[in-house]
Ligand binder design. Structure first.
Ligand SMILES: [Zn+2]
Length: 191
């Protein structure tokens, strides 16, 4: 039998009846499944393809990963028959995007470049929990900085000044003693 040609079972009336029933079942189910609401280009109406988990079809961002996979390249499934071709295409596109980004960066003015780098620093991708933690850390650090700057601006009381002088004196004395010990250390077996 030639490959791709239906065999005698697939040409039988019974097989056709089973297939028709399966398609009818699927069409009945399809009508009740959630649809993509993106605007389609041909007439501006909603797309109505089957929606994926995020409410959009696979052509309208349904396959765009979320969370820690956001903005990460999604490699093709290795067991797919055309995995090699897909991988080559992905790598080619990634390289083209990298070169385009390089050109954009090279064409930027210094101010634009600085703004771009600041945005990149402040908008690190990653899991939502990580981003929340980073934001909290930045906020705490800014508050700490503000508090310590205010503390520095405050005039020191005479008692505090005396204590500071005393501490510096003790530290100098300690360093002097340590140096003395270091200098008097025996050197080798005949020291
Ligand atoms: Zn769509």
């Amino acid at each position: 039998m030639k490959k791709g040609q239906p065999n005698s079972w697939q040409r039988s009336a019974q097989w056709r009846e089973i297939s028709r029933a399966a398609i009818r079942r699927w069409n009945a189910k399809r009508a009740s499944l959630p649809k993509c609401g993106a605007r389609r280009k041909r007439d501006g109406e909603p797309c109505l393809n089957l929606a994926m988990a995020n409410g959009k079809c696979r052509c309208h961002g349904g396959r765009t990963p979320r969370g820690d996979q956001y903005r990460q390249i999604q490699w093709p499934n290795g067991s797919a028959p055309d995995a090699e071709r897909k991988l080559a295409a992905k790598l080619k596109r990634a390289e083209r995007n990298r070169r385009a980004k390089e050109r954009r960066l090279a064409a930027m003015t210094p101010e634009k470049r600085a703004a771009h780098e600041k945005w990149q620093r402040d908008h690190k991708p990653g899991p939502a929990a990580d981003r929340v933690r980073r934001r909290a850390n930045l906020k705490a650090a800014a508050e700490f900085r503000a508090i310590s700057e205010r503390a520095d601006a405050r005039p020191l009381s005479p008692e505090l000044l005396a204590l500071q002088a005393e501490r510096e004196r003790i530290e100098a004395e300690r360093d002097r003693v340590l140096r003395q010990i270091e200098n008097n250390k025996p050197v080798g077996v005949f020291g």
